[in-house]
Design a protein around this ligand. Structure first.
Ligand code: SAH
Ligand code: MG
Length: 223
C-alpha cells in the first residue's frame, strides 16, 4: 500500500462533518465527491506553499466556498472568493442554469451576494472567507499576491474562460495548485471552454502537470 494512497484516504475523511453538511445544504453547482476532492487538494496545497492564501473565481451562493473555507481553516490560511454576483451567461433568464428566485425584483438582475453571505454565516466561516465583489479581470488587474491554491469556476463561455486563464493562472505560486471545474474532455458530457481554454492551455504551457481528476474537477500542480 503506497503512502500516497494512505494520505488520500486520510485526507478525504478529514473535512469537518458539520461543514460538510453546510456545503451539501448550500445552493450551487458542486457535487459532494468533487467538493471533497477540492477540499483535500486545497489542504494538500498548503503543505507545498508556505503562508499563501487560497483563491476562488466564481462564488455564486458559496457552495464550493464552504469546501475551500473548511480547507483554509484546517490549513491556517484564508480563502478569497471573487464574483460580481450577477451570474454567468448560462445563469441568465432563458439559459439552462437560471434560478429565477435569485433575481432582484427591483432591478431585474441576478444577485447571489446575499445568499452567499447567508451560506458563510450559517457555516461559521466568515473569519476565513473573504468576498471580493467585482468583475474578474478588473480584480485581477490589481492582484499581485501569489496563491497556494487557485480554483477557477467562473464564466464558462470562451471569452470568460480565456480571460480567467490569462489573468489568474500566473498567480499560482511554484509548487501550488490549480483546480478547474466543469472540465469535459468529451463534448458529449458538457461545454468545451473550461477544457479547451483553461485546462489544455495550462498543460500545453508546460507550467502545470496533471495531479488528479474527480468528475469534472481537474487538479494540476504548478511546476
Ligand atoms: N463555485 C460555485 C459556482 C460558480 S457559478 C458553486 O460551487 O456553486 C459561476 C459564477 O461565476 C457565477 O456566480 C458568476 O456570477 C461568476 N462570474 C462569471 N463571470 C464573471 C466575471 N467576469 N467576473 C466575476 N464573476 C463572474
Ligand atoms: Mg462549476
Amino acid at each position: 500500500m503506497s503512502s500516497t494512497w494512505l494520505t488520500a484516504i486520510c485526507l478525504s475523511d478529514s473535512m469537518d462533518p458539520e461543514l460538510k453538511k453546510s456545503a451539501e445544504a448550500a445552493r450551487g453547482f458542486m457535487p459532494l465527491d468533487e467538493g471533497e476532492a477540492l477540499h483535500d487538494a486545497a489542504v494538500a496545497s498548503a503543505g507545498n506553499v508556505a503562508g499563501a492564501p487560497f483563491l476562488e473565481i466564481g462564488t455564486y451562493c458559496g457552495k464550493s466556498s464552504v469546501y475551500l473555507g473548511a480547507a483554509a481553516r484546517e490549513a491556517g490560511r484564508i480563502l478569497i472568493t471573487v464574483d460580481h454576483h450577477r451570474g454567468s451567461e448560462e445563469n441568465q433568464p432563458g439559459w439552462e442554469w437560471h434560478e429565477s428566485d435569485l433575481v432582484d425584483p427591483e432591478i431585474g438582475a441576478i444577485d447571489t451576494l446575499g445568499n452567499f453571505r447567508h451560506t458563510m454565516y450559517r457555516a461559521g466561516l466568515e473569519d476565513v472567507v473573504v468576498a471580493v465583489v467585482g468583475d474578474s479581470p478588473t480584480v485581477a488587474s490589481w492582484w499581485t499576491t501569489p496563491v497556494a491554491f487557485l480554483f477557477i469556476d467562473g464564466g464558462h463561455g470562451e471569452d470568460p474562460a480565456d480571460t480567467d486563464f490569462r489573468c489568474w493562472t500566473p498567480q499560482v505560486a511554484s509548487g501550488g495548485t490549480l483546480a478547474i471545474h466543469d472540465v469535459f474532455a468529451d463534448p458529449a458530457d458538457g461545454g468545451r471552454p473550461p477544457y479547451e481554454r483553461i485546462y489544455l492551455p495550462a498543460i500545453e504551457s508546460g507550467l502545470f502537470e496533471d495531479v488528479s481528476a474527480t468528475g469534472s474537477l481537474r487538479v494540476l500542480r504548478r511546476l
